[in-house]
Ligand binder design. Sequence first.
Ligand code: FAD
Length: 446
Amino acid sequence: QSVLEQLESVILKGEIVTEEQKVLKLSKDYYWYSPVLKDDLEEKKADFIVIPDNTAEVSEILQIARNEQIPVTIRGAGTGNYGQAIPMTGGVVVDLSRLNKVIDMQLGYVKVEAGMRLRDLEKQANVQEQELTIYPSTFAKATVGGFVSGGSGGVGSVTWGNLWDGNVLAATVMTMTDPIEIFTVQGNELKDYIHSYGTTGVLVDVTLPLKPKHNWRQLVLKFDGLSNTLKFTREIAESSNWKKRLVTVLEAPIPSFFKPLKKVITEEGDYAFLEVADEQYEAILSLAKQFKGKEVYTVIPDNYRKGIGISDFTWNHTTLWALKADTDWTYLQNFFELERFEEQIELIKAKFGDEVLIHIEWLRDRGRLIPAGLPLVKYSSKERLYEVIDFFNRNGASVNDPHTYLLGAGGWNLQLESIANKKKINDPYDLLNQGKLPTPEQVSAS
Ligand code: FAD
């Protein structure tokens, strides 16, 4: 029996996709964000896509793939932008989007199947007056398993930190062993699975913390000068007295790329995009006044997430709007140093001018407050891009390179050795997301 025939005999409720165009589409993510990855990954595709309906079907697929020694790449919604979900060596892409049910929701946590979309989950939590701690700006599409396996942080990270900061409580892992095993990991063990691109196992369900729901108010504030915007946002980000979900800084003219906001945004002026507790709205406006900032747009809590909202212009959505305005934009990810971020930004602006536009997402990482950069860079060549990266690094504004599909080469301080060891145990034939975990030679070359 061919692999396809074997799969057809076990996938009874799910779906197998063999049609060329659909296979191509479901083999790709947002890798084209990076002009470097676009060249590297354009040709990659799966042999076929399987969309299982339940965990038992996932297990059947893994068994067949293991017996036949076929590579398997897991897909959530395919919104990753480092080519994480792209099969490097063909084989089967397993799309988990139909594993989308809440298993158990209680006060303080939710256990959910890995393919559930984060926005749907947040909606269900809101019914119980609860909310997620963190989610990516892609939450309308992105899945829980894809976020945990391929993301890092997002809305909420200014208060609650990243995925590694207690924002994942547990995960049920399925291995590519003989026999297939299924077990739950929690606490420190999760480090081998978070942001590991599914190289160490398939997450079939995940338990996330929930917090009491707030009434969030979204705000766009315009400032005269980047320095005032940075100082104001630092005050909001730093003090726990301010209840916030999002504190973003956008240098002019980035906000003018946001077409839906064109009535309220001008080319000049630097902007802060915020999500704050509604009861602090007036106090935030008076603080902004001290830094010569003024409100240009607000979304009241009743309209929160109805239609396009402020968070749709932040995190990596900022880059998406820039790309819509001009396809030559690309981006970097970096951590500025809290002690001297203004000086670091001045050095970068003095060196590169409008070739680099500043975008900051304030976040916490292992408790530390960080002005994290997602700067836009006008792309001219790979060499020039790496000159920019080099300048950032030499000035302590350390870059997590987003122009690589190799796990860990993009930063995030992953424990690659531990992940590699876990992979040997959970995936001894190296079939899960082949080619993403760098070899020791690739690590030293990067
Ligand atoms: P996919 O892209 O489908 O998968 C991501 C990785 O996880 C792949 O390696 C895949 O193989 C693996 N995987 C998926 N599901 C599983 C599973 N169940 N078990 C094991 N492995 C699995 N990221 C952020 O962190 N924060 C942001 O704010 C953010 N904003 C973004 C904005 C835009 C416009 C875009 C294009 C991307 C953004 N990203 C952001 C990146 C991406 O959206 C996130 O990583 C997202 O959470 C991925 O979810 P997904 O379901 O699309 O995962």
